[in-house]
Design a binder for this molecule. Sequence first.
Ligand code: SAH
Ligand code: SF4
Length: 382
Amino acid sequence: MTVNLLDFDAKNLASFCVKIGEKPFRAKQLLRWIHQSGETDFASMSNLAKGLREKLSATAVVESPQVISEHVSADGTRKWLLDVGAGNGIETVFIPEPNRGTLCISSQVGCALECTFCSTGRQGFNRNLRVAEIIGQLWWANKVLGEVTNDEIASKPEYFVGEPRVVQSSGRSQTVSNVVMMGMGEPLANFENVATALDLMLDDNAYGLSRRRVTVSTSGLVPAMDRLRERCPVSLAVSLHAPNDELRDQLVPINKKYPIKQLLAACRRYLENAPRDFITFEYIMLAGVNDSVAQARELVKLVRETPCKFNLIPFNSFSNSGYERSSSAVTYRFRDVLMQAGLMTTVRKTRGDDIAAACGQLAGRVLNKTQRKSHVFIEAVR
Ligand code: SAH
Ligand code: SF4
């Protein structure tokens, strides 16, 4: 049976090498070819022996999900719809900024958690993504973004030693410096595959990102937060969205299983191993629902013992959402209450909303949604 080498991190690739009768150190060379050079053709992997190249061609492939469509926002944000088979599609978003490029990656086809303000949640759940489909989003983005235009080469030839990949259209060569697991799905409900993909993101022979530059965002799956702390502690963002259980139960239904007190205790435990000394709390601003001054004060009290920063997210609408975005004045008033209490607070800039690429707008294509009520995901996070 053919295996997809994008499914393997360094450890698994070394076992695979042994299985086909090769030395485990070949994994290092293979990782570099696959992830750093973006090579899919084993015959071109020039520092591997011919025999190994032939063996690989016969038993393995390097295959990322194929792109169905690309949209580019007026602000430069790019969104790709990727085919993951059986009619399903997932979305990946690249957000360029002057000093960094952030890739927002999906972890599941849809999401089973049904947060009421989230378009992905409304789509229902189909299945977990495989490792190749998760890391494949970064693999693909790196490949496309690493291409440069003829115009750029003409204007700065000194930058381009060797043979750059060239694209004809205008555009800029950009790279991914940061990854956020904030696309479709709940990353910690697909724990093993996400953790293996994270290993690859951090591996010096693959993407070499530091733990600070890789962020997992979770709606608060407490047992899985503890597992992540042990397995691969990257930066952690937690979708809080409400100052008390009564409201959070409504907005983020998983709160009924893991209420706020347990969630905050898990956040504090996480910080023992975290690459940063704070948790980022995401807080969506919903007009008239969770955005009052009284609620801001309640929030201040709630997080008193948890080192944290706040990121206020303006609600991004989608059809029939039933919610409205808080006004800018209300959002900044809320921020000021948190700031005056000494909590570092930023308001997230909305990017790519003209192409439905902003937070919570990713819908992809999710077929066979029948698994939404499945308890499988709850089992998976135990
Ligand atoms: N499932 C994970 C990660 C994906 S969602 C989680 O819930 O954290 C990434 C972020 O987008 C979360 O903070 C989520 O609450 C937020 N979000 C969801 N729907 C949104 C919307 N309509 N507008 C703005 N942010 C939204
Ligand atoms: Fe799932 Fe996150 Fe959307 Fe909630 S906000 S439904 S956990 S993707």
